[in-house]
Design a protein around this ligand. Structure first.
Ligand code: PLP
Length: 422
């Protein structure tokens, strides 16, 4: 970034500091990852200069012949990767993809049934402050608090009672396998559309390690930057074969929700989809899951309550209710030890959503930088050491310092990007 450093040292310094932070801290936020250098190279190109409203071959601007190639490659690769015949690669983010899907499927005021934010759903699944909760009559389902698993009987009961036009399945914090077929059966029983937001598990789905929602959902949305490890962005897919629906989805993205597509980001998405087709990507996703399971086992052995008893994907939730520790305090103490997690509401949480009694821990990022099972086991142990001190009401300064040193050694062994290590 020498040209940038010369012209704008303030921005350059902040970028450099963030690069150092990413190298020196352990990243356990389940929705984050490190995109490859090929993905970042594609994103940092002249394609950012091009307006391309419309779709390949049907643009509102001239000079689109090369960006058409890029967008068509991205669409074709997305369809091949996920086994479907419709892909829209233009949504700027996961939230935009969901907004477009809602726009294509339902009208303002219609009833929609989605998973509540407090139980692991996303804001865009009907939460009150979001467009999905403001413009639609949003009804929310959640978890069975005894098992920590989705309460399908409640989903069925709410669907029968409220007759939604749209059911949303998918999550931001859930460690078990969602029964997509059961959701589709419930949707069919009340004549509703089924939208699956697979943002968190898209990489696992691409690798064949998590059941694909595509055979069951009318529409599937996802982000491209979580387990899928691409640039920040959104994606809409369908294998429904319903051409009318495909036209509606395209119209809902442009001109419904967005103007010009971000062609540089679409190029980076195309590169990420290609990466996700490799055997190496499958091995990576296997390690993501085994690392998450190894960490969850440590928490269980140390007497912590892992919601739903373990994990079958890339993340798990730890409930700290019995320790009397808040997610906010645990998150802050671990942050001082250079371990980044996020506080998260857990079933039966007595605390507010801003404080919470839980942590969400995910392994996509640490696995990308090469942490193996032993590294993850050690890391989970250090996290327990810090929380044990909090639970005992003791000062955590010493333990935070000791863990920070161990984290520095571990991170030094696993550079995020080769040039950072040089
Ligand atoms: N859907 C789910 C399930 C998510 O977890 C998220 C982000 O965390 C989103 C959608 C929104 O994605 P974005 O932040 O790209 O708008």
């Amino acid at each position: 970034i020498s040209r940038l450093a010369k012209f704008d040292p303030q921005v350059a310094a902040a970028i450099s500091d963030e690069e150092d932070r990413q190298q020196a801290h352990v990243e356990l936020i389940a929705s984050e990852n490190y995109a490859s250098q090929a993905v970042m190279e594609a994103q940092g190109t002249q394609l950012t200069n091009k307006y391309a409203e419309g779709y390949p071959g049907k643009r509102y601007y001239g000079g689109c012949e090369h960006v058409d190639v890029v967008e068509q490659l991205a669409m074709d690769r997305a369809c091949a990767l996920f086994g479907c015949d419709y892909a829209n690669v233009q949504p700027h983010s996961g939230a935009q993809a969901n907004a477009a899907a809602f726009m294509a499927l339902v009208s303002p005021g219609d009833t929609v049934l989605g998973m509540s934010l407090a139980h692991g759903g996303h804001l865009t699944h009907g939460a009150a402050p979001n467009f999905s909760g403001k413009h639609y009559n949003a009804i929310q389902y959640g978890l069975d608090e005894a098992t920590g698993e989705i309460d399908y009987a409640e989903v069925e009961r709410l669907a029968n009672e409220h007759q939604p036009k749209l059911i949303v399945a998918g999550f931001s914090a859930y460690s078990q396998i969602v029964d997509w077929r059961r959701f589709r059966n419930i949707a069919d029983s009340v004549g509703a559309w089924l939208l699956v937001d697979m943002a968190h598990v898209a990489g696992l789905v691409a690798a064949g390690l998590y059941p694909s929602p595509l055979p069951h959902a009318h529409v599937v949305t996802t982000t491209t930057h979580k387990t899928l490890r691409g640039p920040r962005g959104g994606l809409i897919l369908s294998a429904s074969g319903d051409e009318t629906l495909y036209r509606k989805l395209n119209g809902a993205v442009f001109p419904g929700q967005q103007g010009g597509p971000l062609m540089h980001v679409i190029a980076a998405k195309a590169v990420a989809f290609r990466e996700a087709m490799s055997q190496e990507f499958v091995r990576y996703q296997e390690r993501v899951v085994s690392n998450a399971q190894r960490m969850a086992e440590v928490f269980l052995e140390r007497g912590y309550d892992v919601v739903s008893g373990g994990t079958k994907d890339h993340l798990f939730l730890v409930s700290l209710i019995q320790q009397g520790v808040t997610g906010k305090d645990a998150d802050a103490a671990l942050g001082r030890a250079h371990i980044t997690v996020n506080k998260n509401a857990v079933p039966g949480d007595p605390q507010s959503p801003f404080v919470t009694s839980g942590l969400r821990i995910g392994t996509p990022a640490v696995t990308t930088r090469g942490f193996d099972g032993d590294d993850c086991e050690a890391l989970a142990g250090w996290i327990c050491d810090v929380i044990d001190e909090l639970a005992a009401g003791r000062d955590t300064t010493d333990i935070e310092g000791r863990v920070r040193e161990q984290v520095a050694t571990l991170c030094g062994r696993h550079p995020v990007y080769p040039q950072v290590a040089q």
